[in-house]
Design a protein around this ligand. Sequence first.
Ligand SMILES: NC(=O)CCCC[C@@H]1SC[C@@H]2NC(=O)N[C@@H]21
Length: 472
Amino acid sequence: MLASFWCSVKKFIAAVYEHNVILPEETATPVTKQEALDLMNRNIDILENAIKRAAQKGAHIIVTPEDGIYGWRFTRETINPYLEDIPDPKVNWIPCNDPKRYGINPVQTRLSCLAKQNSIYVVANIGDKKYCNTSEAGCPKDGQYNYNTAVVYDSEGKLIARYHKQHLFLGETQFNAPHEAEIVSFDTPFGRFGIFICFDVLFHDPAVALVVDHNVDTILFPTAWMNVLPHLSAIEFHSAWAMGMGVNFLSSNTHLTTRRMTGSGVFSPENIGPYYYNMDSEDGHLVISELIAHPRNTSTYYGIKWNQYASTIKKFPSGTNVFKGNVFFDEFTFTELKEPQGSYTICQNDLCCHLSYKKARNDAHKIHKNEIYVIGAFDGLHVVEGQYHLQVCTLLKCLSSDLQTCGESVDTASTKFESFSLSGNFSTNFVFPEVLLDKVNLAPNMFKVNTCIMLIICFYEVRLFCSCDCIK
Ligand SMILES: NC(=O)CCCC[C@@H]1SC[C@@H]2NC(=O)N[C@@H]21
């Protein structure tokens, strides 16, 4: 008999829920604890329905969004009734079995019971408070730290992870950031998980450190993300992060179109999506997909020496018409793509970007003459809503035929590119390849990061732009 060798790849099923959060009334005076709990329970009722559906479909884990239980529009005083004291997971606590062990914690108890009763890992975002002595350095004047906190309950309802958000976004004045970034990871039968929240994704710690130093396979990512085109739409950046870092990325966003909040997905390094993006209605949505438990065995890009590679490639002539334009408050250097096909190099500071492209024949010659495309480079410090270093190479469509509109948000495009490749001498290994098509669609199976020759190659019909962002 012939021995058969079967190498099985371990898989699991992951779910994320995009939730249209029921928001509290805006108020200057705190509501009662009971009123706060009533509001949170109304949100948890909706999350419960999603958790049950995910479990029935065989999901092992579900992620729910940042602010998905208490909402937003708070001061330090008005958030208070919504907070609970969340213990360190080291205490080995199943709130559903022992609800009174750490005082009165109805939200933690309900989440733990949902995990236990549905045999599913549940990831949620709630508020943690820790009293401190105002004479101690760093202790806030009101004598408590308030944390924007992600919690994870395992399928028996045990609290197994607690993460306090490090990079608070503009307006989160009700919360404190921990003195140091917390690195929170845990092991499961389906791989090692790391967790961080929303704006954290744009910084090295804890996000990149979890992958590089702590070998996580899957990131859990509750977010309340307002989309900004061309480079910071949720599904676009979060799928690029998964691909660039070589990990699974479970992104659960809040849903509120008036704030441009939509875009959740189950992303892996190899497969973009499934994902949910909907600016046409206020519906929440459950996204479920099977994932490889250890994707890092199969792909990682962050080991690529982009700078080293870029020094070896041919530099194309810069266009004569180099001009400046703004992309989300950053001043890019642009040059227009004048011909149906060609090659350009454009540089800013230490970054040079190289593009070769060919438009599809009909498009190049006839139909979409008024669509202007530019290649752009940015190497600098982004200073609006927080500071982070960016290097970006981008090919993008201008809003109109007026070159002054290049860099403004555009969400439709008709020009077809038969092929193009874009590369840059990024001075970091952490490069996030984004391709976004007409009407904010991702481009699964239409492009790849070439790990041999280290180019982003876009295969066909790429209609909006292809860009490469990185954070130093
Ligand atoms: N809730 C949060 O922590 C952050 C929201 C992230 C928003 C992204 S990052 C910077 C861009 N500015 C926006 O308005 N949306 C983008």
